[in-house]
Ligand binder design. Structure first.
Ligand SMILES: [Cu+2]
Length: 312
């Protein structure tokens, strides 16, 4: 499959400031696991526009089960804040700066090539040390999926930045919440996976054959494309009339008509970006038929893979 060249958008370079310290996964804390085989599932309900979830969870391997009870697609990006930085700092200094920049783009006051310099001036230095740590990817209304990541204790935020029909980011409408990860350990082991996705600068690969029903994907971030925000991965079944180009246009945040309903297909699972070197997991419930794996980040070629689920 060919990725349209038109999608090598320089606009996506805008997010470089936040990429700089998407570095190694942190060294595990010394705390003892409380129960070697426990499964720690954090149930999260997404509505238009709010997350319903606990405000405090243990650390270690954690499975987030996101169920979309709204009428729009939602996702849940998790990010660890640098030491000493609070939720309020993030809202005021990062989320609002992005929102101002988004308004400028949406209203035609700035072009995509102006975003990076503007954000570079607007964002505080500490924003480069925010660590994006996964979370369930896009899920269509009525669907549910999990993402499993190894989280260290700390102050986190969760957010969804899909956009409403009026062009407001869901994060600004209520889908931006604090989350505390405590020193207590979950004791959960990483799940078994029959499929493996590698996300690298040169593209995305899928090993294994997805089957009808629930599939567990292991995802490994080899590296992120230079000068980009970084990869995530989402499973989507395209609508009959939609093309791959429609999908890549929609999933580029800096296309003003993207990231909002109607989506060009049904997203059924995925995981948001993580640091290079990280490994994490997501599940997707699949029916027979053709699917695409797509990364939100379209600043580099080749971030697509396709597969077909054969009938039983
Ligand atoms: Cu949302």
């Amino acid at each position: 499959m060919t990725t349209p060249r038109t999608l090598q958008s320089i606009a996506l370079l805008a997010l470089v400031p936040l990429m700089i310290l998407l570095a190694a996964v942190q060294t595990p804390a010394a705390a003892q696991d409380v129960a070697a085989s426990a499964v720690n599932v954090v149930e999260v309900e997404a509505e238009d526009y709010a997350f319903r979830m606990p405000g405090e969870i243990p650390s270690g391997w954690t499975t987030f089960q996101l169920t979309n009870q709204g009428d729009e697609h939602h996702f849940m990006l998790i990010a660890r804040l640098p030491d000493g930085i609070t939720y309020d700092d993030y809202v005021t200094d990062v989320a609002m700066s992005f929102n101002d920049t988004w308004y400028g783009l949406r209203e035609g006051r700035i072009g995509p090539d102006e975003i990076m310099p503007l954000l570079g001036e607007a964002l505080p230095e500490w924003s480069a040390a925010v660590e994006y740590m996964g979370g369930p990817g896009f899920l269509a209304p009525g669907t549910s999926g999990t993402a499993t990541m190894n989280l260290e204790p700390g102050a986190y935020i969760v957010e969804c930045y899909m956009r409403t029909a009026d062009g407001e980011m869901h994060s600004m409408e209520g889908m931006l919440d604090p989350l505390v990860v405590t020193g207590e350990r979950t004791g959960q082991a990483p799940p078994a996976a029959s499929l493996r996705v590698e996300l690298a600068e040169e593209g995305m690969t899928l090993e294994g054959r997805p089957a009808p029903g629930l599939n567990t994907f292991e995802v490994h971030w080899v590296d992120h494309p230079e000068g980009t925000f970084g990869h995530d991965v989402h499973v989507v079944r395209l609508d009959d009339e939609a093309t791959t180009e429609d999908l890549l246009h929609w999933i580029n945040f800096f296309n003003v008509d993207g990231f909002s309903e109607p989506a060009p297909g049904t997203f059924v699972g995925g995981i948001n970006m993580m640091p290079a070197g990280a490994t994490a997991y997501f599940t997707a419930d699949l029916e027979p038929g053709p699917y695409l794996l797509v990364s939100e980040y379209t600043g580099a070629m080749g971030v697509l893979a396709e597969f077909t689920v054969e009938g039983r």
